[in-house]
Ligand binder design. Structure first.
Ligand SMILES: Nc1nc2c(ncn2[C@@H]2O[C@H](COP(=O)(O)OP(=O)(O)OP(=O)(O)O)[C@@H](O)[C@H]2O)c(=O)[nH]1
Ligand SMILES: [Mg+2]
Length: 214
């Protein structure tokens, strides 16, 4: 496993066959964005994560293909700090997003809904794959957001949905990141085939336009 900070271009230079996926983690303060990121990168849960916002990389081989995960662990601005809205830079950078809430904190579920609206309103194509993650499942006896509510939100917004505990298991967290990579690859394949179809339509139109002109 490789854990290091790297720019997208640097990572591409080494191996042109490598698939690069930029993943942005969003969600309210304290929901476990850093815990999920660190769990995925190191398999560990360390408890306290500080106030660091950073982009990390990890290279994995999945089904024989090298995948470079670039993970932007964002920080949610608290009251009195700078705007808590998602920046244009983040929106443009991300190939896929993970929106995290704490299932024991309803206000963090509200933040996910607000961030979803902002993403949908933004210039980013609405087809950017998103997975909603309800974290802190180990505390579910204190839950204030039901699984059905989370699932319904995800269904209505065409997002994936997982309930996990960064504190308890690595496997559930791994599934989230791998599922998102699958969705990003599917989205890219669809865009590529759409571009192909548009190319054919343009060529055929050009032929007919030429014929009409003759
Ligand atoms: N019980 C439990 N605690 C968790 C879990 N995930 C994170 N935490 C704890 O929740 C607190 C916040 O976790 P962070 O990962 O720092 O949260 P964050 O979303 O990165 O917060 P900001 O960076 O401030 O926006 C820490 O004390 C973690 O130990 C979990 O699955 N279960
Ligand atoms: Mg954090």
């Amino acid at each position: 496993m490789v854990v290091q900070e790297k720019s997208r271009m640097e990572a591409m230079e080494g191996n042109p066959q490598r698939v690069e996926v930029n993943i942005l983690l969003l969600g309210a303060h304290n929901v476990g964005k850093s815990a999920l990121t660190v769990r995925f990168l190191t398999r560990r849960f360390i408890g306290e994560y500080g106030d660091i916002e950073s982009v990390y990389s990890r290279v994995d081989r999945i089904d024989g293909q090298e995948i470079c995960f670039n993970i932007w662990d964002s920080q949610y601005a608290q009251a009195g700090e700078k705007s808590s809205s998602i920046s244009d830079k983040q929106l443009q950078w991300a190939d896929g997003m993970i929106l995290v809430y704490n299932m024991c904190d309803r206000s963090s579920f509200d933040v996910v809904q607000q961030q979803l609206q902002q993403i949908r309103r933004s210039r980013k194509p609405s087809s950017v794959p998103i997975i909603i993650v309800a974290n802190k499942r180990d505390l579910q006896r204190h839950r204030s957001v039901s699984g059905e509510e989370g699932r319904l939100l995800a269904l209505s917004q065409h997002c994936g949905f997982f309930e996990v505990s960064a504190a308890e298991t690595y496997h559930g967290v791994l599934l989230v990141f791998h599922r998102l990579v699958d969705l990003v690859k599917e989205t890219r394949a669809i865009r590529k085939s759409m571009a192909g179809v548009r190319g054919i339509v343009r060529s055929v139109s050009a032929v007919f336009a030429k014929k009409r002109a003759e």
